[in-house]
Design a protein around this ligand. Sequence first.
Ligand code: NAD
Length: 352
Amino acid sequence: MKTYWVTGGAGFIGSHLCESLLRDGHKVICVDSFADNYDYRFKVRNVLESLGMEPAFEHRDREDDLRRLQEAANSEQYRLEPADIRDGEALDRLFAACPPDVVVHLAALPGVRASIERPALFYDVNVVGTLRLLEAMRTHGTVKWVCASSSSVYGDNAKVPFEEGDPTGRPISPYAATKKSCELMGYAYRHLFGIDVVMLRFFTVYGERQRPDLAIRKFASLLSDGKPVPMYGDGSTSRDYTYVADIVDGIRHAADYVERHSGVYEIVNLGGSRTVSLARMIETLEQAWGERAAIDRQPMQPGDVLRTYADPAKARTLLGFEPSTPFEKGIERFVSWYRRQKTWEAGLRKPG
Ligand code: NAD
């Protein structure tokens, strides 16, 4: 049994990772500030679902909700810490109380478009926050680090598939620039302080508990309300969609790898290894939903890359990562989860 810190463990990917670690008997310290990138009540629900607890929760106000959530969630095996990674003193206290074997760092403000609206805040959380975490790790002698980067660091890479050695010096959004900065900071801490690092470049992750700002969930919500679904450009932009259970599998392999090796700094793509156009994504969602969508044609969005497509070779050889969920199957699972929770979600949107 190992102890894992999961920063961002109340989020979409983090809650699935916590669930997987707990299922295998590991101890999890979930560090999450319940940031306002989307409604904190989605994250409360993620935590409850990840612990196999009834998602029904009587919401009052944020502070009270988080206190009651901690009371319900905390156990010998799981500790929820509603802390901000920019708070170095809180991290110090927590490292002293709960030293981990491995830190999996997923906490961040994600999203290209939101980063164009709030670039300074994205920089503060994603870059300064990551730096504070690395400093706390160094102070407390924790040297095993897995960190979430993003396919967005490839910018408008013309060559496909994207290999880890391709140029990444030209990010086209503040979000991509913050993720590239984390990669660079990880390298410096490996060089200076012997922290072993695996940086994982995730490619568009989807599945149950997907963030409400991401296209597939937004489109599901529009379909369910009978509203038109936006099609940006001519629908030919494409993404290497990766099912969340496959991403969790890749993170677990990376955590095992970093634990077993010393003196390492690796950057690895975690993608589904095929690319799906926006038009095809909408069709697949329609098929799983069982209804056609009205299409609202919109111009391409600034900061969006034309396509992403991971070369999986390094993930396969270094980590033994083999994504196994076909896109159609992953979408079916997402839709069936979304249908189960949409009444709850609709209730959140009501005023008051
Ligand atoms: P998410 O927003 O659901 O999860 C991130 C979590 O970090 C949230 O629960 C949030 O409350 C927490 N957080 C934010 N600021 C914090 C702070 N200052 N201190 C502590 N916690 C804080 O997003 P996600 O989609 O699960 O993304 C997880 C990670 O994966 C992020 O680093 C993201 O950049 C990266 N990533 C995600 C995707 C994707 O498709 N979802 C793709 C590439 C990279």
